[in-house]
Ligand binder design. Structure first.
Ligand code: PMP
Ligand code: GLU
Length: 396
């Protein structure tokens, strides 16, 4: 009954864990939810007001497919000001979230026979979006000792005549680590030498800590900019996950193809959310600093706490809002009759026994780890850490 394409993909595991934690909560179970990557802050008031005004003004009809000019202007200005990138409006498309921008990109440039390089651990939707477009994901493992950055020499060794693109995500979901400039320069050089695209997912750019500096690979020069599709959105920077506004910037021809695809699939992103996004990008940005400072406190507390648990080790993440501890030293142990031999066993044990929801590393391509989102209150983090500590101490 189903197409081969539909059979190849699975539902987003991060959204699945979140749904399960919420269902347990609805049953009255006191679950600490470290599952989903979604800021716990409310969307800023002036952004909400802009949306209410849009409704009152009757801004409730179809808009141009790729987004209203006012929003594209705001994105062009943002990219110039924050990232030193110059784009024309025809090089921008607004979509229903960054996930949709990534999907449109995949539809526009991947096809049968193409290989797309995905450094692992990776964000859950990258491989499935490649598969949905009949191309093949090629995973390259990255290691804790390299701060989970792709080694340029390994990248070069995996490139074939079929390699179409590489997906870069810095700061990274799930590792919480930010690439350094030297490594990004080396990757850009390889992409140019082999004529492959870089899909640069920059959704966590505003969330960097410990002096880490974000910069876009596209800002390294015109040549690499012409081979890069920059992906970004408002979900993380402005606590706007539910509004569904993301965007892509890239070569005109690709953006035009993405707009055609969007015109035949979703049409424009929500008109009201577009007006809200204009207010978010053009209005005061101090909200971001407040949010980042709070994430920073939680990050330090959580990583110190995790590293104090026997058998757990965690790099100090310098970006996004995830910790990605290695728990593999505990594999082979048991809680009563229950054996813990994988990240899924660990996540299920912590959910059922300790009532802590988090995502198994295997969903991100590395079974030695679990992902903890610290986009939740300090109180929840303390409670969750205590519960994890106790549950892990019971493993024999
Ligand atoms: N990329 C990464 C790395 C993410 O973590 C997310 C979060 N869901 C997205 C893209 C998509 O964000 P959204 O569709 O909410 O804009
Ligand atoms: N990016 C978030 C996460 O990784 C949201 C979930 C999703 O879109 O899959 O938890």
């Amino acid at each position: 009954m189903l197409s081969e394409r539909a059979k190849k993909i699975k539902p987003s595991p991060t959204l699945a864990v979140d749904a399960k934690a919420k269902a347990m909560k609805a049953q009255g179970i006191d679950v600490v939810n470290f599952g989903v990557g979604e800021p716990d802050f409310d969307t800023p008031e002036h952004v909400k007001e802009a949306a209410i005004k849009a409704i009152r003004d009757g801004f409730t009809k179809y808009t141009p497919v790729g987004g209203i000019d006012e929003l594209k202007d705001a994105i062009v200005r943002k990219l110039k000001q924050d990232n030193n990138l110059e784009y024309a409006k025809e090089e921008i498309i607004v979509s229903c979230g960054a996930k949709h921008s990534l999907y449109n990109t995949a539809q526009a440039i991947y096809g049968p026979g193409d290989e797309v390089i995905i450094p692992s651990p990776y964000w859950v939707s990258y491989p499935d979006q490649v598969l949905l477009n009949d191309a093949s994901p090629v995973f390259i493992k990255t290691y804790e000792e390299d701060n989970f950055m792709l080694r340029p020499d390994v990248l070069e060794s995996k490139i074939t005549k079929n390699t179409k693109a590489i997906i870069l995500n810095s700061p990274s979901n799930p590792t919480g680590l930010t690439y350094d400039k030297k490594t990004i320069e080396a990757i850009a050089g390889i992409a140019l030498r082999h004529n492959i695209f870089i899909i640069s997912d920059e959704i966590y750019e505003k969330l960097v800590y410990d002096g880490a500096e974000f910069f876009s690979v596209a800002s390294l020069g015109k040549e690499i900019k012409d081979k890069t599709i920059v992906i970004n959105g408002l979900s993380k920077s402005h606590a706007m996950t539910g509004w569904r506004i993301g965007y892509a910037a890239g070569p005109k021809e690709i953006i035009k193809a993405m707009t055609n695809i969007q015109s035949q699939s979703t049409s424009n992103p929500n008109s009201i959310a577009q007006k809200a996004a204009v207010a978010a990008l053009n209005g005061p940005q101090d909200f971001i600093n407040t949010m980042r400072a709070e994430f920073d406190k939680r990050r330090k507390f959580l990583t110190a706490g995790l590293n104090s648990i026997e058998g757990v080790s965690c790099l100090k993440p310098n970006g996004a809002f995830y910790a990605f501890p290695n728990v593999s030293k505990l594999y082979g142990k048991k809680a009563g009759d229950r054996a813990i031999n994988s990240s899924l066993d660990m996540a299920m044990y912590l959910l059922e026994d300790a009532k802590v929801a988090l995502v198994h590393g295997e969903a991100f391509g590395d079974d030695n780890f679990i992902r903890i989102s610290y986009a939740t209150s300090m109180e929840n983090i303390k409670k969750g850490l205590d519960r994890i500590r106790e549950a892990l101490a019971n493993l024999k």
